[in-house]
Design a binder for this molecule. Structure first.
Ligand SMILES: [Zn+2]
Length: 152
């Protein structure tokens, strides 16, 4: 079963996003494993636009992954705490929440551009240790150069 879930509907995720256009591409596989337990395998991928913590500019992040959840019918059995459990009642609302949870887990802890050069130039100018102008200035203002000239 495949489906695309719009990011706009994911309120918890949207709090971390700069843009909520786009969709999460999902693939759901329901099956029984060798223990006859019902499982759901979820594969997902999405292009997210996060906010870079260094320059506060948009940061495009591709996330994708795969997870397996055990399906539990709450009326028939209780889950052990160690299980990753999805309470059955597998309608679209539940699946949206599952995908949202996975995307939240896949988000980087501190989102930021891989290199300073990729950041918004205006926002990170103060971060650069030496600008070209500064380098020229220290060269011409070097007092020892003047002393050297006087000696000759
Ligand atoms: Zn940045």
């Amino acid at each position: 079963m495949q489906g695309n879930i719009p990011l706009t509907g994911m309120e918890r995720l949207a709090a971390s996003l700069m843009e909520t256009d786009g969709e999460a591409e999902c693939e759901f596989t329901f099956y029984r494993d060798t223990d006859r337990k019902r499982k759901l395998r979820l594969k997902y991928r999405a292009e997210l636009v996060l906010r870079c913590e260094r320059c506060l500019g948009p940061l495009r992040e591709h996330v994708e992954g795969e997870t397996v959840l055990r399906l539990v019918d709450v009326q028939l059995e209780t889950a052990t705490e160690s299980d990753d459990v999805l309470q059955a009642g597998t309608d679209g609302v539940y699946l949206k929440d599952v995908v949202e949870d996975e995307l939240l887990l896949a988000l980087p802890l501190i989102p930021r551009h891989a290199a300073v050069e990729q950041c918004e130039p205006e926002a990170v100018r103060w971060l650069e240790p030496d600008s070209d102008e500064g380098a020229i200035e220290t060269q011409t203002d070097n007092p020892f150069d003047i002393l050297k000239n006087l000696k000759h």
